[in-house]
Design a binder for this molecule. Sequence first.
Ligand code: TXA
Ligand code: MG
Length: 315
Amino acid sequence: MSDESALTLRPDADGIAEAAHLLAAGRLVAFPTETVYGLGADARNGEAVAAIFAAKGRPSFNPLIVHVSDVDAARQYVQWSEVADRLAAAFWPGPLTLVLPRADHCGLSDLVTAGLGTVAIRVPAQASAQALLAGFGGPVAAPSANPSGRISPTTAAHVIAGLADRVAAVLDDGPCAVGLESTIVGLAEDAPQLLRAGGLPTEALEHALGEPLALPSSGEISAPGQLSSHYAPAARVRLFAEKAQGDEVLLGFGHMDCTLNLSERGDLMEAAANLFGHLHRLDAMGRPIAVASVPETGLGRAINDRLRRAAAPRD
Ligand code: TXA
Ligand code: MG
């Protein structure tokens, strides 16, 4: 680890050009997407991708999402399909990742896919991410820009708090609008599978597909980020709380007395956008965290998934 701290770049033409230049030079650049900040590297450069795993302290079996600027770019790296076309037309650019069979001679580093025969790929909607992908002109591998297993970053300040001396630069474009990682759909099997609930509600996907999403065949780690303890604050987390006990701080939902509220008016989109930022702030208070119940519909499913992992027993 070096003592050098990351350069903060603005999302203007100069900042984007500098970020693209650093990626081309094999360096790590944290950049905003509409979901969370990503820790980006050139997906064709094995050493650059290895640096992502080292910076995050991430188990090497956990594959990364490849970010590209549009469907045409995506088709270079995966075996495209009719269902992929339908979902991409409906939801790209946006918070949806598709897992498809890897194209032959796709040029991606083997580390990106952690040796799997499939690639997770997405087109982010954030204008600054689009500008970076266009300026760089290649595929960018990026996990969320947090140390492995910790809370995902939804601001540049979160990235700097977790990884400052491990990235060359952070492109600061303010807080993320969606605030939850992308929904991941597996299209490498017969039926489309929900591999991770996320920023695109399952109901919207099922509407576009005209059929319910299958759950992955049990026992197999299809999205290895789905290990039980994840998104974990340093503090202990207690779920389904009605009020704080002892010295707990309370993360509320809906009209209630609490330390921070995900959404006073009970809006799940607002709650998703606030989730990780509020967890970061409560964690910094150094007290155990109690969390109110959140309804299990729409984005509530992904919010509850992240909260369950935050509360899961740690290794
Ligand atoms: O919104 C997002 O998806 C953010 C932004 C930066 O794009 N990225 C993100 O990446 O959440 P990460 O690495 O934190 O989570 C990626 C998930 C992991 O659970 C990983 O196991 C899964 O995607 N994944 C990656 N490649 C896969 C593959 N070929 N098959 C199945 N799952 C895969
Ligand atoms: Mg992550």
